[in-house]
Design a protein around this ligand. Structure first.
Ligand SMILES: Cc1ncc(COP(=O)(O)O)c(C=O)c1O
Length: 343
């Protein structure tokens, strides 16, 4: 690109980009013409949310575990249109998948125009049964937008089979692509009127025409997706998933048992992320400081997040992790707990 920017951007990049989108589409079991690259999942969600037309009285339904950046986008969409953001409350710990379905089912109504689902919820790693929920939404006439920021690489995806209208995801989380690599899939019949967050020369030239060029940028993250997928497949995707899932669920249960605290839900509703309620003795810690301390002292990232005023620690597993990593975490947190307070 740098050797001859014009040659690259005008004559090489357009086809290379479509080829990379095609490889990603195959991985997602989708058609290449239904997949476009975006900066990240947040951009993909913004593209759809800010393209749709809502009216006063319309409702946009999310769960209480929605990613906050997406909640903020919906607040802005509602402020402009008069639509209402409605949150179905998910109460932790959940015991059964129905604890994820019922709150949404009970909140869906004829005013719900859009259901926004996280495929894998950010604070916990809980996997929502998207196909089942999409069917419920469709039966009530609502469209479905899925935030799959964490899903590609954690879950086996067949996006068209989910029965949703739009699906945004990331390749830079679990698919080994560099930062700045997200995608948006749209059902063909739902592509009209969906514009990228930045409108450019492709305006009016269809879904791929609009998204493939949104101004001069470094296209290398998008073009590296085929290599990320190849690397993942060389490691053997099913083995990676099985290893990560087993490690994270076993370790989460071990940490939870040591603290006498619950995990967020059953192992089968998780991929490579799982949350444990922090013990009472750590509940008053500032999440940001605790995370910074773990990062500085253990070089370990644990997402400590408040959910309804209670702190949960979300741990994760990738192929380079081993049980000893979680031993160090447990030992370190044990030292932080005030003496005499072991709960
Ligand atoms: C559910 C969900 N949505 C969106 C995002 C944001 O991803 P990005 O920063 O790549 O847009 C995350 C990140 O963790 C997430 O978990």
């Amino acid at each position: 690109m740098e050797a001859s920017p014009d040659r690259f951007l005008r004559y090489v990049m357009p086809d290379a980009l479509r080829a990379a989108a095609g490889r990603l589409a195959t991985f997602l079991k989708a058609r290449a013409s239904d997949v476009v690259f975006v900066e990240n999942a947040t951009s993909g969600m913004n593209a759809v949310l800010r393209s749709l037309q809502f009216r006063r009285g319309d409702e946009i339904l999310v769960t209480s575990h929605v990613y906050n950046a997406v909640r903020q986008t919906i607040h802005e969409v509602c402020r402009r249109s008069g639509a209402k953001l409605v949150e179905a409350r998910i109460v932790l710990p959940i015991e059964h998948v129905s604890d994820l379905v019922s709150p949404i089912e009970q909140t869906l109504n004829r005013r719900t125009k859009l259901l926004v689902l996280d495929h894998i919820a950010s604070p916990t790693g809980l996997i929502f049964p998207v196909k089942r929920l999409a069917a419920l939404a469709r039966a009530r006439g609502a469209k479905v937008l899925v935030d799959g920021a964490h899903a590609p690489g954690q879950l086996t995806l067949d996006i068209p089979s989910l029965g949703v209208d739009w699906y945004a995801g990331n390749c830079h989380k679990w698919l080994f692509a560099p930062k700045g690599c997200g995608f948006l899939w749209s059902r063909r019949s739902a592509q009209a009127g969906i514009h990228p967050p930045v409108i450019s020369h492709g305006y009016g030239k269809g879904f791929t025409g609009e998204f493939d060029w949104t101004g001069t940028r470094d296209f290398s993250s998008w073009l590296s997706v085929p290599d990320g997928i190849s690397f993942f497949q060389e490691l053997k995707a099913s083995r990676v998933r099985a290893y990560n899932h087993r490690l994270v669920t076993e370790q989460a249960r071990r940490v939870a048992a040591a603290w006498g605290m619950p995990v967020d839900g059953p192992p089968e509703l998780h991929g490579s992320l799982m949350a444990i309620r922090l013990p009472d003795s750590l509940q008053r810690r500032a999440p940001r400081l605790l995370m910074a301390e773990l990062l500085a002292q253990l070089r370990t990232v644990v997402a400590v997040m408040p959910i309804e005023g209670v702190l949960w620690a979300r741990i994760s597993a990738q192929v380079y992790n081993v049980p000893a990593d979680y031993d160090r975490l447990l030992e370190h947190l044990e030292r932080l707990r005030p003496r005499g307070r072991r709960k």
